[in-house]
Design a protein around this ligand. Structure first.
Ligand code: GLA
Length: 414
């Protein structure tokens, strides 16, 4: 009996919560660019040729991603969102790109993006229509999956508008199977739980087996209140959602809006730090053709990206909220830890936080090495459980640290 209990406990300890979708993709959180938050459903190429949803936009994005260091930093997917198709399917019932805005068609665009060493993402919907009213895939899952594969698309964002919520699960699972059946590796980004939450608690085991990432909560806007609402939702549901994240499948708190108009630099640092802690896909929605150098530097910060892409693949969580501070911690490989301290007090100046109050600080017994990544890179040296180290955190900003336990007796053991 004891042995059985022990074995059961061991199984629970060593097995992840659920099997991931077994397509070999998204072993680390996806990185790339997605048009929606910044470019929305701008289809007026007459008035706004540079910013309308057209092949030109994605080609320019692919160019700039290579030229300006984005690809080198790890941003790989150039993703089309809603409003790309024609309002009618073709004579054979296939989706087709709007002929005026995509004269070369999606296959040519994919070839172009691939020629730059990048990947192309596309968007469709599990229901009758996309959220913006273009044709949905309901009744056409196999046909549409095959069309995307024929076009050499690498990622599908599958939205959940215009669908009976009771059929969401079936729809998302059928599309997953249809993609698999094409034989092409297509990363599958879902919004299944987002549309299910108003009706029932989603089945995260099934979602992880079906999708490579999944949106849980509202669309991100270019504002601090939007970022805060996403963080609040995530913190209050983390017991349910965090265990399902891991290599192959991730919770998706939506796009990075860094480099746009609505966030102060401190708030941009908070989004970047916390998206890395949450093991979130890093899909920016901004205009890298015209971005402020400071935002670009933040998005390309290799130390933050290393946290995001850490091979352990464990999602971090909010571990305490105290005195208008939130501490978020993410376990990293090699027994390291990332700690983000967010100052949620939006009045006054920088405030000090006694870092040993972070619950994860216990890994500093007997000693650890601490590096500050944000707001400035700084080696903070060797620390102990009793350290008096105080980190300074700007209003609505985040101080991000990595902590490495030091095995100070290693020499003696040898
Ligand atoms: C929904 C999604 C967004 C975006 C739009 C497009 O709102 O959640 O991310 O894809 O649809 O219409």
């Amino acid at each position: 009996m004891c042995r059985a209990v022990f074995l059961l406990a061991l199984t629970v300890l060593v097995c992840p919560a659920a099997e991931a979708l077994d397509n070999g993709l998204a072993l680390k959180p996806t990185m790339g660019w997605l048009h929606w938050e910044r470019f929305m459903c701008n289809t007026d190429c007459y008035k706004d040729p540079n910013n309308c949803i057209s092949e030109r936009l994605y080609m320019q994005m692919a160019d700039v991603m290579v030229k300006e260091g984005w690809k080198e930093a790890g941003y790989e997917y150039v993703c089309i969102d809603d409003c790309w198709p024609s309002h009618q399917r073709d004579a054979k019932g296939r989706l087709q790109a709007d002929p005026k805005r995509f004269p070369g068609g999606i296959k040519k665009l994919a070839d172009y993006v691939h020629s730059k060493g990048l990947k192309l993402g596309i968007y469709a919907d599990v229901g009758k229509n996309t959220c913006a009213g273009y044709p949905g895939s309901l009744g056409y899952y196999e046909a549409d999956a095959q069309t995307f594969a024929d076009w050499d698309v690498d990622l599908l964002k599958f939205d959940g508008c215009y669908m009976d919520w009771k059929l969401l699960g079936e729809g998302y699972m059928n599309m997953s199977r249809a993609l698999n059946k094409t034989g092409r590796s297509i990363l599958y980004s879902c919004e299944w739980p987002l549309y299910e939450w108003p009706h029932k608690q989603p089945d995260y085991k099934a979602i992880r087996e079906t999708c490579n990432h999944w949106r849980n909560f509202d669309d991100v806007y270019d504002s601090w209140s939007s970022i805060k609402s996403i963080l609040d939702w995530t913190a209050s549901h983390q017991d349910i959602i965090a265990p399902s994240a891991g290599p192959g499948g991730w919770n998706d708190p939506d796009m990075l809006v860094i480099g746009n108009f609505g966030l102060s630099h401190d708030q941009q640092e908070s989004q970047m730090a916390l998206w890395a802690i949450m093991a979130a896909p890093l899909l920016m929605s901004n205009d890298p053709r015209d971005i402020c150098p400071r935002s670009k530097k933040l998005l390309q910060n290799t130390d933050i990206i290393a946290i995001s892409q850490d091979p352990l693949g464990k999602q971090g969580q909010c571990t305490i909220k105290v005195d208008n501070f939130e501490v978020w911690e993410r376990p990293l490989s090699k027994k390291r830890l990332a700690i983000a301290v967010l100052n949620t007090q939006e009045i006054g100046g920088p405030r000090g936080f006694f870092i040993r109050a972070a619950p994860g600080w216990k890994i500093c017994d007997p000693q650890c090495n601490v590096t500050q990544i944000l707001p400035q890179y700084k080696e903070l040296g060797v620390q102990t459980p009793h350290t008096k180290l105080v980190v300074s955190v700007n209003p609505s900003g985040t101080t991000l640290l990595t902590v490495t336990p030091t095995s100070d007796y290693a020499g003696l053991i040898l």
